[in-house]
Design a protein around this ligand. Structure first.
Ligand code: PLP
Length: 395
């Protein structure tokens, strides 16, 4: 009999009833160190007082009003995002996949309104993940995500990750945009080198294409800059944001330049819940913390510390681990043992990591992780690796 919750997830037998900072309490009372943060969502950790306050204050004022009316919290969050980024304008969504939908629509509408309606194709890369909507799975294009769901939304050209020559060769009169994650998340924490992001920006400029960055997982302070592309010194035309921006409340956004957004006039797009007062009140509180240079400096310091200790961990367990990679507090450990065995051993040792493609475990802790949490993380990961080693020996 089918479970009452549609069984599309292979869930661990863990049920968390409370969270505080980087810690989650299981129903049986055990405390787990959360290095997954809901897959890069709880940017300020669990139950951050400022977010709890923002949400409860807003809940007592007004929960929902339609986008047919002014929403001051939405205006305030849009202003903050515009002030701190390349963007001139923002549309709010409830998720990353909805941000993907709009990014694709926006790019196509831009060229349509410029009198180039043939420009509909978007170049994407293998290993990418842009959400589970029809546009999202067609953009990623992997068999795993698309099999059985055809006919797929057309207009995506899939290239090999890192193949810059392939990009230039793939551009035709139909090409509208390049869509890329500055650091692939689901694909196994694969950062795009700064030089490559710069080159993609140049290619877009040379060919009159739009550069769309998917910063759903790598944005909002995760890499130690407010947005990951800042490391490369470039700006996109359109950017997808979600996860961390809501700190755990469902919230996403598409940020764009005035030019790229020029086709999106009244009536061309909408959302019932996107930009609702609750989400935007929380988003404002997240931005007030994460956009602070002192906060980002701390993220970088802690990222350096964690990475250094992880390098030691990998060296101590050469049969389990291969290498550390990533950027800021978006780290991956490429495993030699099966990554899922390491994740499961982590559960036994009360530390949460997240599996990714390419046999990687992801560490996406709250950006508010403390130095003590880092020390504890290494102790627990060390015990988890030792457990996997024992199994390898006895197997
Ligand atoms: C890079 C990236 N884009 C898009 C998405 C989809 O976001 P959501 O799950 O909020 O729809 C994700 C989710 O993991 C993601 O990592």
């Amino acid at each position: 009999m089918i479970p009452s919750v549609l069984p599309t997830y292979n869930r661990a037998p863990l049920s968390f009833v409370k969270g505080e900072g980087a810690w989650l309490t299981e129903a049986d009372g055990r405390r787990f160190l959360d290095l997954g943060a809901g897959i890069a969502v709880n940017a300020l950790g669990h139950a951050h007082p400022a977010l709890v306050q923002a949400l409860t204050d807003q809940a007592q004022a007004v929960w929902h009003v339609s986008n047919l009316y002014q929403i001051p919290q939405q205006q305030a969050l849009a202003d903050k995002l515009v002030d701190h980024t390349f963007a001139d304008t923002v549309f709010f969504t409830n998720s990353g996949t909805e941000a993907c939908e709009l990014a694709v629509k926006m790019a196509r509408k831009y060229f349509h309104d410029k009198g180039q309606p043939e420009k509909v194709e978007i170049i994407t890369f293998d290993g990418s993940f842009h959400g589970r909507s029809s546009a999202g799975i067609a953009a990623a294009g992997s068999e795993k995500m698309t099999k059985g769901f055809g006919p797929l939304l057309s207009g995506f050209v899939h290239l090999t990750f890192g193949d810059l020559d392939g990009v230039t060769n793939a551009i035709t009169d139909q090409t509208a945009a390049i869509l890329i994650e500055p650091v692939q998340g689901e694909g196994g924490i694969r950062p795009v080198p700064d030089a490559e992001l710069k080159a993609l920006r140049q290619i877009c400029d040379d060919h009159g294409l739009l550069l769309i960055l998917d910063e759903v997982q790598c944005g909002v302070g995760r890499t130690g800059k407010l947005f990951a592309h800042e490391w490369a010194g470039i700006t996109p035309d359109i950017m997808m944001v979600a996860k961390g921006i809501g700190g755990g409340f469902p919230l996403g956004a598409v940020l764009a330049t005035e030019e790229a957004a020029s086709g999106m006039t009244v009536g061309t797009h909408g959302s019932t819940y996107g930009g609702n007062p609750l989400g935007c009140a929380v988003g404002c509180a997240v931005m007030d913390h994460v956009a602070n240079p002192d906060f980002l400096a701390e993220v970088n310091r802690k990222a350096g510390l964690l990475r250094q200790k992880l390098e030691g961990l990998v060296a101590d367990h050469p049969d389990v681990f291969e290498a550390v990679r990533g950027s800021g507090l978006m780290l991956g450990i490429k495993c030699k043992a099966a990554n899922i065995d390491v994740v499961n051993a982590g559960y036994d040792n009360q530390v949460i990591t997240v599996p990714a493609a390419d046999n990687v475990i992801r560490l996406l802790p709250p950006l508010t992780l403390t130095d003590e949490d880092i020390a504890e993380a290494i102790t627990r990961l060390d015990a988890s690796a030792a457990q996997v080693e024992n199994h390898l020996e006895t197997a």
